[in-house]
Design a protein around this ligand. Structure first.
Ligand code: 0X9
Ligand code: ZN
Length: 271
């Protein structure tokens, strides 16, 4: 399959360490809006360095890491016109089936398969894979996230990340106009629920999406956001952009891009 590539933006003339904003998009192949938003965000930062005071400060004193194509093999399938969600692993559901693959947003190791939030059937859209972090994409993202963020939360499920915690993790999907945070696997509020809610509501102020804990949508386990918050105590969110997988360009230009640009710039400032 294709490699995963990260674009890292910062002013390297100013030494670190610097707080990190990590954004991953296109975990689900057919979700076209998120990687376009991330690319526009990168273009905005680069074009406005030395022009806009906020952007200049963001790039001088922060690192922005953008994984545009979390699922590049699936994306190639989607670009043929198929409504492809999962990766393209030929070991699950038949080597040539268009229902094959594992759902990368059910394959992460934290509370993997714990809570009826994923499927054990390889042809299902939410197939979790045969074991935690079985997929190469998952392994690459987990390794990368472990490499860029410090561990800021103890192992007990009730442990809190401290007020000094740094970093923001965003997994951007489409669609439904939501800002979600942990937990996804249980209705029990996350240890840092109040803090996650406060920051999530700020993002929602900018993009006018509905904020709330992920479990309120439906139960999920092995997701990216629970991994980042659960393993490391990083403030982790899932955005669901817009109203369709194949979003009309007019809506993207008029609403999705400008509103979410403000949310991402805010994230970069408070990281
Ligand atoms: O089911 C998903 O993976 C996400 N919806 S999507 O339509 N993009 O597939 C929602 C995940 C919500 N739960 C967590 N973020 N934990
Ligand atoms: Zn998705």
């Amino acid at each position: 399959g294709y490699d995963l590539m990260v674009l890292r933006l910062t002013n390297e003339a100013i030494p670190g360490p610097k707080p990190v904003l990590f954004i991953m998009t296109a975990t689900h192949a057919r979700e076209y809006t998120p990687p376009e938003l991330a690319a526009r965000f990168a273009e905005h930062l680069v074009a406005n360095y030395g022009v806009d005071a906020d952007v200049t400060w963001i790039l001088d004193y922060h690192e922005i890491h953008l994984l545009f194509m979390t699922n590049p093999d699936g994306r190639k399938k989607a670009e043929t016109g198929l409504s492809w969600r999962k990766n393209t692993n030929q070991n699950y559901c038949g080597t040539t089936s268009n229902s094959r693959g594992a759902d990368l947003n059910r394959n992460f190791q934290f509370e993997w398969g714990c809570c009826n939030g994923s499927s054990t059937y390889p042809c299902d859209g939410t197939y979790r894979g045969p074991y935690a972090a079985s997929e190469p994409e998952t392994q690459a993202v987990q390794d990368y996230v472990f490499s860029i963020f410090p561990d800021q939360r103890e192992d007990p499920i009730t442990a809190t990340a401290p007020i000094t915690a740094t970093g923001i993790f965003l997994d951007i999907h489409s669609y439904s106009r939501l800002v979600l945070w942990s937990w996804g696997f249980t209705s029990t509020p996350a240890p840092n629920h109040t803090q996650l809610q406060t920051l999530g509501r700020r993002f929602a102020y900018f993009n006018s999406y509905a904020p709330g804990p992920a479990y309120g949508l439906y139960a999920t386990d092995g997701t990216t956001d629970d991994f980042a918050y659960g393993e490391l105590g990083v403030a982790a969110y899932t955005f669901e952009l817009g109203n369709a997988f194949f979003e009309p360009c007019a809506n993207f230009e008029a609403t999705i891009y400008p509103d979410n640009l403000e949310a991402l710039l805010y994230a970069a400032k408070v990281v």
